[in-house]
Design a protein around this ligand. Structure first.
Ligand code: ATP
Length: 228
């Protein structure tokens, strides 16, 4: 337990102008861990990820990356320290083929080892791939840069269940190599089946934290208590 958390927030607060969204957020994600961030629409999940990634300045509190304070570091400097942020928009280059996209980030087909179905699509334009393939490519491109911390917002939004499972399995496999993962995902069941822990964010505050396995047999309670 002497290994510092990949990311830790202490008393973090953030918002937009005069609007406070997050209050007193304490959270830590360790290397190799998948932590799910659950909560109803508008709770502040995206805001929390953007603040941790460095796109939004906190109004109070502290953030540490691998033990070092980074509260006021801009996103690009957190990126240099190994943070990768996959936001709600698809992080691909629609006009490039899969091969060109990989080359752009200095990777080759081996970067697709988690998604063998994409190796048959090397000459296809990314923008013409299916939604699921686009997200697989986005994740592969992010992983090609060997991040140490992944912050992921709604990777599988609008995708078929089997595709969602493929993506979440890839996220789990990535964490098993030592990468820390904090992810927001609408489908609580799918994410809890692969997460180590879950935090619930409600009206800008973390109101529950426990091992993911504790919620799995009680998904209805989770929904009734926190997700509406
Ligand atoms: P969802 O699941 O609907 O994306 P969320 O939990 O990710 O919800 P946020 O998107 O972080 O929630 O939004 C939290 C609150 O902040 C909401 O009340 C939202 O209206 C507000 N908000 C989000 N972005 C902005 C912005 N750019 N300017 C002002 N208010 C914003």
């Amino acid at each position: 337990d002497d290994v510092p958390a990949a990311i830790a927030a202490d008393g973090l607060a953030a918002g937009y102008g005069a609007v406070d969204v997050l209050r007193a957020i304490d959270l830590a994600v360790r290397p190799g861990e998948v932590v799910a961030l659950l909560g109803p629409n508008g709770a502040g999940k995206t805001t929390l990820l953007r603040t941790l990634a460095g796109y939004l300045r906190p109004t109070a509190g502290e953030v540490r990356l691998f033990g070092d304070t980074c509260t006021r570091l801009p996103a690009y400097r957190r990126c240099r320290r190994g943070v990768s942020f996959l936001g709600e928009e698809r992080h691909i280059f629609p006009g490039l083929t899969v091969r060109q996209s990989l080359r752009l980030v200095g990777a080759d087909h081996t970067a697709l080892h988690l998604f063998p179905e994409l190796t048959g699509r090397m000459r296809h334009r990314a923008g013409l791939l299916s939604g699921g393939e686009q997200q697989m490519l986005a994740l592969a491109l992010a992983l090609a840069r060997r991040p140490r911390l992944l912050l992921i917002d709604e990777l599988s939004l609008g995708l078929a269940p089997q595709v969602r499972e493929r993506l979440l399995d890839a996220v789990r496999a990535t964490a098993d190599t030592g990468v820390a993962v904090l992810l927001v995902e609408q489908n609580a069941k799918a994410v809890l089946a692969r997460a180590d822990r879950a935090h619930v964010l409600r009206r800008g505050e973390l109101v529950d934290e426990r091992p993911a396995a504790q919620w799995l047999p009680r998904l209805e309670d989770l929904a009734a208590l926190y997700l509406s």
